[in-house]
Design a binder for this molecule. Sequence first.
Ligand code: PMM
Length: 302
Amino acid sequence: MTTRAYPPPGLPDWGRCGVMGILNVTPDSFSDGGHWLDAGLAVERGLALVAEGADLVDVGGESTRPGARRVPEAEELDRVIPVIRELARQGVLVSVDTMRASVAEAAVQAGARIVNDVSGGQADPAMAKAVARTGVPFVVMHWRGQSTEMDRLTEYGDGDLVAEVLGEVERQLDAAVAAGVDPAQIIVDPGLGFAKTREHDWALLAELDAWSVLGRPLLVGPSRKRFLGELLADPATGEPRPARARDDATAASAVLAAAQGAWAVRVHEVRASADAVRVEAELRARRLAAGQLRSGRSGERG
Ligand code: PMM
């Protein structure tokens, strides 16, 4: 049966799957690179995401698309800090999407309330300690290597893929906790598209409820990803559907993640997913009231 996770302490409980709007302040992200590089435009975009129903906004200054090269630290700071400061000042719940401890700490000082590290602390050995110092929630995503190499890191055993990924994430969690991160502050993420083939992404999306064994809130990022583009490929040419035409499929994935108990979904185009998770929550409430579902929560504090 599907359980729904409590949020980490200090974050609001939306009573449904939350929606994290994506704000990539980068020239080269795979579907929206270059759109929000100007800080003023980026802030406007962040506020627009909230107006469309985002519960929080994830601000990133470094693309993690396959093949992307690292951005110098100073440039990453220049891109994200002014945007985070202004959005936080205007009351927006902001997470910072970074693999650098220094950026994470500066972002929290500027008002970010969550650190979203796609490497789950593996890219920068100082990250977990920095997160422990700040005390904010920490997204630990399943990750096997940098963007330049992740497409070569898609070998998994012949057995149960979901169990294998969960086992790797458990080791990432142990490392974070050993560095001082409070387990109650950890949010987990299967890392769709990161060191994964289309088959892997589908297998993970089909079994998100298995993640409740970790007892942590689950964030899921299907937005505009390759597995959706390949599903919707042009029947005549076999060309994947372009990234910006994958938003309806993203919303469908979001609601299916919500139905499997996800704490939040991370999406570029907010409105459809925000509406979809509200439909899921309403239906869930009615099914609960009618005794068709048992209530259940994972991620209990402590
Ligand atoms: N995907 C991307 C970037 N950051 N963070 C989390 N927690 N989960 C994800 O799946 C994720 C992420 C890549 O997508 P983008 O470049 O369009 O932001």
